[in-house]
Design a protein. Structure first.
Ligand SMILES: [Zn+2]
Length: 128
């Protein structure tokens, strides 16, 4: 059976990869939020700092997590914004043990090797 081009809907790249790519037109939102339109699915997307993009009307797990009082260490691939790993930190962990944990995680992912393309960040916790 032939599929007529007019009736076949091609799924956009980001439907598979969940990686939305902004067009060159970007607007500043609240705080460090940037708004744009995805060049593939043409839906409105937003970003924190412009590294990774999510659907503007979707749930932003990163944003939810960054508002969380649970602190965790996040290993992110800078190139595509994908989260490689997340480690929850014990609520009673002090700064020194948190720092040591970040270092251990950086080493285990080789994130501290130049050119690794990974960032290890502390997220969540009480707002300062
Ligand atoms: Zn898209």
């Amino acid at each position: 059976m032939l599929i007529k081009p007019a009736t076949s809907h091609t799924l956009t790249q980001c439907w598979y990869t969940r990686t939305h790519v902004p067009t060159s037109r970007k607007e500043k939102g609240e705080g460090d939020v940037v708004m744009s339109i995805c060049r593939y699915c043409e839906r409105q997307i937003r970003s924190h700092g412009g590294k990774s993009w999510v659907l503007a009307d979707g749930v932003d797990l990163d944003e939810l997590a960054s508002r969380s009082h649970i602190r965790y260490i996040c290993v992110t691939n800078v190139a595509d914004g994908l989260i490689v790993a997340r480690y929850v930190i014990a609520p009673d962990a002090d700064d020194a043990s948190t720092k040591a944990q970040i270092e251990t995680i950086s080493e285990s992912h080789a994130a501290n090797v130049p050119g690794s393309g990974l960032v290890v960040q502390l997220k969540g916790g009480p707002q300062r």
